[in-house]
Design a protein around this ligand. Structure first.
Ligand code: MIC
Ligand code: SF4
Length: 664
């Protein structure tokens, strides 16, 4: 029985365990630990991650490559933002870390271009780190504290995921693109279908997709709740790496021919049509025909999902020689400065400018609510990966997630339009044939090697001279509360299904500058669900409280601020129907107990404001038995889904305390 590619890469990185036999499948759900070759951080999660890293007390990162990117907050409305940049740059210089300067591009895009290596592991403090799977890596998103531990040489712990195979056959029709493939997977699998699983793509159809197109798919695997997604590394991967000036980094990576998947999803690419994820969830997917004709106010092309040269070329192919409709504002944020320069060389940029697109900075920008917010009740078509309510910066806007082709067609017509019905010129036809511009052309190729905005790590000698620069807004991470063997506290908030980390701890231009200051950012915790939460929690502190929720609690971003701020405000346990992976891990790391209802209907037995009691916390964590919760006279069973290490972390009062006590 052969192995899948995901299993092979995982096995090559596993930190040995008695039960593990190389070459044999590892039982799904087993607690495993893997060695991390590369890490990435971005500015919005990076400051907390490095504040934690500093406390580990080692002189230099122990990974092969660690990169600190500035891409999320580049608005610089006051000193705080650039203070963070300065702090991050000095940390990078001190500890042997690459530094990608503001303006150089979105972490995932730049990482793919400059560092991604087939067969390696990457851990990033951003949920879209799995973008690296497009180049054949096991690339996983995690909380900043887990990334700090990995930079210190520590292993990353996870439950051995299931491996779902996605068999692609055929090739895409004109006007249909990689985004539509992942939207189709989301339509079938939903935003929680991938929890505890890796999606591995294989089949004849793979060879018809370029690396950036594959990366669009692995990027948005995050929206499935998956641990990560992975494509094989083949001749196409080799050509991409060569074009980036890194041909030597290529190795072939593929599954055994008799690999066994936990389930197989088949997609015939030639049968796919253009699609849209409708408001307000990435899995609310409909064929474009169902929404065609709807008037559009805004179109934005960019984000780590769809901002490659392929994407810009596809847009140019549609808009060349035309102009955006009078009712539409259109923006485009190339994923990286390299992409921007290649687009200029390939002659694509001029077409976009001439068509009326506003050229935005190569950064996350509108994707995280940093500018370009839509009008009230606006309809905006975005090539991004998330359309949670309010994330765009306009609470009552309708955000549709679409391919670059669909976005471009709407920009021109002013209404949602199926790009396959659009009249293509002969020139645009060839640009849309599913191929990137010829990356081997030497003038384009040159830019793959441009590293002017990417600062190399300093030598050990030079590093010693560096002083860390800390602005006044950078506050240390608050301590976790001490472990309590039982807790009797009020339920301060009862939430529904699919609560995202944007709901728990919003981002956007107002809140993002506070990412280095937990006491300040906590004022916005749960603001979207209940604007009184902060006041009510502060009134109770230090006594504490509980939060109750439905299915897929904590989906979305990896931001550990969604655990840190509630912890700071006294939340001691979160009791829900089910959790999203990264958020559950973040809660554990900060000493908040994650509990799931054994019987989901018990959710109805608890009301907001009830005082409930968890009577056996110590016993549950030490013996692995279920939690006992008394609520309104009845005893509710709370499932204990914690592995041994997580239970020990909670008993220690969080990961930092556990590590200080010598825990691995
Ligand atoms: C996002 O897309 O929500 C973010 C902003 O990139 C986050 C990270 C963050 O909150 O800083 C993510 O996806 O992890
Ligand atoms: Fe940035 Fe958006 Fe990608 Fe998050 S999803 S990394 S905010 S571009």
């Amino acid at each position: 029985m052969g192995l899948t590619l995901a299993e092979k890469i995982i096995q090559n990185h596993i930190v040995a365990k008695d039960s593990f036999q190389k070459g044999k499948p590892i039982e799904r759900g087993t607690d495993i630990a893997i060695r991390i070759d590369q890490t990435l951080t971005q500015d919005a999660t990076g400051t907390m991650s490095y504040l934690q890293f500093e406390t580990i007390g080692i002189p230099r990162v122990k990974t092969e490559v660690s990169v600190s990117y500035i891409d999320h907050n580049t608005l610089q409305t006051d000193f705080r933002n650039m203070d963070d940049h300065r702090y991050l740059q000095s940390i990078a210089q001190k500890y042997g870390i690459w530094f990608s300067r503001p303006g150089n591009g979105i972490c995932h895009q730049v990482h793919l271009e400059h560092f991604g290596k087939p067969g390696k592991t990457l851990l990033g403090s951003d949920s879209h780190t799995p973008t690296g799977g497009g180049i054949g890596m096991i690339a996983i998103g995690a909380g900043g504290l887990d990334v700090a531990v990995a930079m210190g040489g520590g292993a990353f712990h996870l439950a051995m995921p299931k491996v779902f195979g996605v068999k692609l056959t055929g090739s895409l029709n004109k006007g249909v693109s990689a985004k539509d493939i992942i939207l189709e997977v989301l339509r079938r699998e939903t935003v929680k279908g991938g929890v505890g699983a890796v999606y591995e793509y294989f089949g004849d159809g793979v060879k018809n997709l370029t690396v950036p197109q594959r990366a669009t798919i692995t990027n948005m695997g995050a929206e499935l709740g998956a641990t990560c997604s992975v494509f094989p590394s083949d001749e196409t991967t080799k050509a991409f790496l060569e074009a980036m000036g890194r041909g030597n980094d290529w190795t072939e990576q593929k599954a055994d021919s008799d690999a066994v998947y936990d389930k197989i999803i088949e997609i015939d690419l030639s049968k796919l049509t253009a699609m849209a994820a409708c408001p307000h969830s990435p899995d609310a997917v409909q064929p474009i025909s169902a929404v065609a004709g709807k008037k559009v106010d805004q179109v934005v092309i960019g984000s780590c999902t769809n901002s490659s040269l392929d994407d810009l070329t596809a847009v140019a192919a549609i808009v060349k020689g035309k102009h955006i409709a009078p009712n539409v504002e259109a923006g485009i944020a190339p994923g990286s400065r390299t992409t921007l320069m290649m687009a200029e060389k390939a002659g694509v940029l001029g077409d976009l400018i001439a068509a009326g697109f506003r050229i935005l900075e190569s950064a996350c920008g509108p994707c995280i609510g940093m500018g370009f917010a839509p009008n009230s009740e606006g309809v905006t078509l975005r090539t991004f990966n998330r359309n949670f309510k309010g994330r765009s910066g306009t609470a009552d806007a309708s955000v549709f997630l679409v391919s670059p082709e669909t976005a471009a067609a709407a920009a021109i017509t002013g209404v949602i339009t199926d790009p396959s019905t659009f009249s293509f010129t002969k020139a645009s036809d060839s640009m849309l044939a599913g191929k990137s511009p010829d990356l081997s052309k030497s003038d384009i190729k040159l830019f793959g090697q441009d590293e002017g905005m990417l600062l190399k790590p300093l030598s050990e000698e030079e590093s010693k001279k560096i002083e860390i620069i800390r602005g006044p807004n950078i506050k240390p991470c608050p301590p976790t509360p001490e472990f309590a063997p039982e807790l009797e506290l009020p339920v301060l908030l009862k939430a529904g299904d699919n609560v995202s980390t944007d709901d728990i701890m919003p981002a956007g231009a107002k809140v993002l500058p506070l990412r280095s200051n937990i006491p300040e950012i906590s004022k916005f915790a749960f603001e979207r669900l209940d604007p009184t939460f902060y006041e009510r929690a502060s009134a109770l502190n230090p006594k504490g409280c509980f939060v109750v929720g439905g299915e897929n609690y904590g989906q979305g971003s990896s931001r550990e601020h969604a655990a840190l701020a509630p912890m700071y405000l006294g939340v001691r346990a979160v009791i829900v129907k089910s959790f999203a992976r990264i958020h559950k891990a973040n809660l554990i790391n900060y000493g908040i107990i994650p509990i799931t209802f054994v019987n989901p209907s018990d959710y109805d037995k608890i009301k907001q404001g009830n005082t409930i009691k968890i009577t056996n916390i110590k016993e549950a964590l030490e013996k692995g038995v279920n939690f006992k919760i008394t609520a309104n006279g009845s005893v509710i069973e709370g499932s204990n889904t914690l592995d041994e290490r997580s239970a020990k972390i909670l008993l220690a009062g969080g990961l930092a305390a556990y590590t200080r006590m010598g825990g691995q």
